[in-house]
Design a protein around this ligand. Sequence first.
Ligand code: GLA
Length: 387
Amino acid sequence: MTTEEMQKNLEKVFAERFGGEGNVYASAGRINLIGEHTDYNGGFVFPGAIDKVIMAVVRPNGMEKVRVFSVDIDQYVEFGLREEDAPKESWARYIFGICREIQKRGGDVKGFDAVFAGNVPLGAGLSSSAALESCFAFALNDLFNGNSIDKFELAKIGQSTEHNYCGVNCGIMDQFASVFGRKGNLMRLDCRSMEYEYFPFNPDGYRLVLVDSRVKHELADSPYNKRRESCERVAKRLGIETLRDATMEDLEKIKGDITAEDFFRAKFVIEEKDRVLAVCDALNAGDYETVGKKMYETHNGLSKDYEVSCEELDFLNDVAKEMGVTGSRIMGGGFGGCTINLLPDSLHDSFVKEVCARFNEKYGHEPQIYDVVISDGARLVKEAPKA
Ligand code: GLA
């Protein structure tokens, strides 16, 4: 479904369920060119928002409760705005968390009615949850706070929602990208100073393609949080706040005092930090071969040292390499989802054809292909006429 069709449908469903119109808001999923698992280590990331969104029609209802309908799941939930009112449904907890995190910061949230839907693929590593959080954070800032909450705070409200209501100790990258995304631009964010820079991304003769394995390995014991704990343990052992301040020499010095597992986790993070900077320089110089080389290095590190890849993603990476794709790597948190591929325009069609056929032959289903279109982040799409 295109975003326009989705909007039409949402407006219709809102009118049927609640009567009349509400404001329409949207926020985007994201890609990340390079800089994985660096955000919670105070390092650099290089994301951009994409043309796949979560969209919501929202209107204050003058009550003390939120009434919200998920069109995609076909489920209606109501909840109050006090801590003890938390809903059980996982999708509704994201929205409840946003309300609570705004309130905790002294912001205003009153009851509202909403319907929402999305075309960000779920479980593909494209941050559908950040898109949902940012969409509602943006909407509630607009409707109840006169847009007085700044954009960084909106991103942090999404991140705190993950921490406090969804059990994921994520970094800031996804919510940052979803809130700050700008059409045609990637963004380099320094996750320590929170300084960022827009990077126009129009690679001459190249493009980005996502190959979604459509597998999601839900591993027990929250492996994402475990990775973060490893990094924090090593930083603590080094007496620094985050691995941003560590070098390989520092790490070698404490090798005997930490587990092999923690050593390799930290090694990846330290190396990845430098790769992001190298990619920025290469992009500035129009050197896509170097960008691609760094992407392969990241994949290798994520697979062998950080251990967040899986057989299917390693296979996609191997096929890309064999076919001469410039750069390819697992993208996002890992354990399934997509690879991101940088390739010359001329290779696009044959790569897509072959990677689909070979994956299907091996795993019994075709991967999903998405051409990346770098787009805007959180926004007001349409204002309802004043009553
Ligand atoms: C997930 C998290 C992000 C980031 C990535 C890995 O998407 O939400 O904060 O850590 O994984 O780079």
